[in-house]
Design a protein around this ligand. Structure first.
Ligand code: SF4
Length: 215
């Protein structure tokens, strides 16, 4: 097969979602938000269209050819663990067609969650959408109604107003979380605690996996 033909074939399979660029995949506990403490298989896709300056996975921003992985192989890894929750994260996972991956996991009764900045349409039938809006690229309007969870990273005191600007677009069912940015924890935690006590629709999310040194 000619090289050009092979590359085009790979691109087509990527578009169909039968392969995805996987930066890493691992079995651990969900560390943040509504499902904290739940055994979860994480699939971190490479590629991000947002570019937060405080990003702790900057290595996920670019896609390398060697990261392109067939979905079937990925699903086999998940099945080996017996885990019933998969979290698709990134990078920015909404860049990709996730239908094939989600359908394959659902066929094995595995719930599929996504953590997204909501910068692209979510086409797959996901079981839990954690929308984590970023200032560097706003979510598109059609993602807000799908949010089961809104998780806002608090970097400074202006972020409370910013969090409310996003919450207003979410449905009543959406669980609202404020999470201190890791390096600003000491400074922001007292403000977050006060804000939640005065605005009890919001709850606290902590990056517990960092406290207990797990991925
Ligand atoms: Fe990093 Fe996520 Fe921001 Fe992308 S959206 S730059 S992966 S924190």
């Amino acid at each position: 097969m000619q090289v050009e033909t092979y590359i085009k074939l790979e691109e087509a399979i990527l578009l169909e979602g039968e392969m995805l660029p996987v930066m890493e995949h691992f079995y651990t506990l969900q560390g943040e938000g509504a499902w904290t403490g739940t055994a979860s298989y994480f699939i971190r896709l490479a590629g991000c269209d947002v570019g937060c300056h405080w990003c702790d996975v900057k290595e996920s921003w670019t896609v390398q050819e060697k990261q392109i992985m067939p979905i079937q192989a990925l699903v086999e890894h998940v099945l080996e663990t017996g885990c019933k929750h998969v979290v698709i994260t990134g990078g920015e996972p909404s860049l990709y067609n996730l239908n094939f991956l989600v359908d394959q996991l659902h066929a094995h009764d595995i719930a599929v969650h996504i953590e997204t900045a909501g910068t692209n349409p979510l086409t797959a039938s996901l079981d839990w959408v954690c929308l984590s809006p970023k200032k560097f690229k706003r979510p598109i309007p059609e993602v807000y109604p799908l949010a089961d969870e809104l998780k806002v990273v608090v970097f400074n005191k202006h972020d409370f107003k910013w969090a409310e600007e996003h919450a207003v677009h979410c449905p009543e069912k959406t669980r609202l979380f404020l999470q201190p940015e890791w390096s600003k924890m000491d400074k922001m935690m007292p403000l977050i605690l006060t804000y939640i006590l005065e605005n009890p629709r919001w709850s606290l999310s902590l990056q517990t996996h960092k406290w207990i040194h797990i991925p």
